[in-house]
Design a protein around this ligand. Structure first.
Ligand code: HSE
Length: 308
């Protein structure tokens, strides 16, 4: 049995425009790092360090802890887990931070206890763990974090996820924490047929653009969403103006990242700094200048690293 595994787990943009709960894109950074050690049977200890230490440490309330509980329940592995989460990405901001912890926990425990899990099992257990943050299991962030690239959840029961390799897509993210843990409950349960047709067309457009590897078209196809964006954008002051400005600077597309309230834009390489400046200039009323970072998509998901 290994003594300690260090795992790097990347941020992800779920929904990626119109794909509510079914699309997500893995990012090159930021990432969380988890140090995982074996522990006595039944013990699950969570410690949090790094820049964002405001996370619960009770295993049932922490996505890594809950994922670990599911791991032991499902595999019957004889032991426990001592997990140190070194937070390097903003939590509660729609960047897949909770999924990153859940995936890293299952991935690391699988290596420690040599349980031979398939990526599919890791995604399933980690998405159960993610329920600690969002209430309902969903696999989008988790799948992108586990597999890298662009993922598409083609079936939830049984869980079946497709991964597509993507070109290096330049991405700018304006970080904003959401005002409440989850806003999933505010999303309407029903939509008109006309809306659904547009939404289906939008999802098909994203898939086509990804398959063609056309960054401009990928950006254009993530621009419109009838499910998440109208609800999540309501809690982002000035969202419509921000999006208009970002598009005016030449970004190909802009939308809310995952459950919000961060906003992301896809643009050409040479526009990264201009788009970032437009996002930075757009502060919340009375608030400090927002954190904005420049990154890109990555075809690499969770992985073991050897040292911090
Ligand atoms: N698809 C999820 C949502 C991602 O929009 O709520 C955030 O967990």
């Amino acid at each position: 049995m290994s003594r300690e595994i260090i795992v790097r787990s990347p941020a992800t943009i779920a929904n990626f425009g119109p794909g509510f709960d079914i699309f997500a894109l893995a990012l090159e950074g930021p990432s969380d790092v988890l140090k995982i050690r074996p522990a006595r049977r039944g013990d699950i200890v969570i410690r949090v360090s790094g820049g964002y230490p405001d996370l619960p440490t009770k295993p049932e309330d922490n996505t890594a802890g809950l994922a670990a509980l599911h791991f032991f329940r499902r595999t019957g592995a004889d032991g426990g887990a001592d997990i140190e989460i070194i937070k390097r990405m903003p939590s509660c901001a729609g960047l897949g931070s909770s999924a990153a912890s859940a995936v890293a926990a299952v991935f690391g425990l699988d290596k420690i206890y040599r349980t031979g899990l398939e990526p599919h099992d890791i995604i399933e257990m980690a998405s159960l763990g993610e329920a600690a943050s969002g209430g309902t299991p969903h696999a989008d962030n988790v799948a992108a974090c586990a597999l890298g690239g662009f993922v598409f959840v083609r079936s939830t029961r049984p869980l079946h996820v497709e991964k597509f390799l993507v070109p290096s897509i330049p991405v700018v993210v304006r970080v904003r924490k959401k005002d409440r843990t989850t806003t999933r409950g505010l999303i309407p349960a029903e939509f008109s047929l006309a809306r659904m047709k547009e939404q289906m067309a939008g999802c098909a457009a994203v898939i086509l653009a990804v398959l063609q590897g056309d960054i401009e078209d990928i950006g254009a196809s993530i621009n419109r969403d009838h499910i998440s964006e109208p609800v999540r954008s309501r809690s982002i002051p000035g969202y419509d103006d921000l999006k208009r400005k970002v598009l005016e600077t030449g970004a190909f597309g802009c939308n809310v990242s995952g459950g919000g309230s961060s906003v992301f834009a896809v643009c050409a390489e040479e526009k990264l700094e201009t788009v970032a400046a437009a996002m930075r200039a757009f502060g919340d009323p009375g608030g400090a200048e927002p954190e904005v970072f420049v990154t890109r998509s990555s075809n690499e998901g969770v992985k073991e690293i050897h040292g911090l």
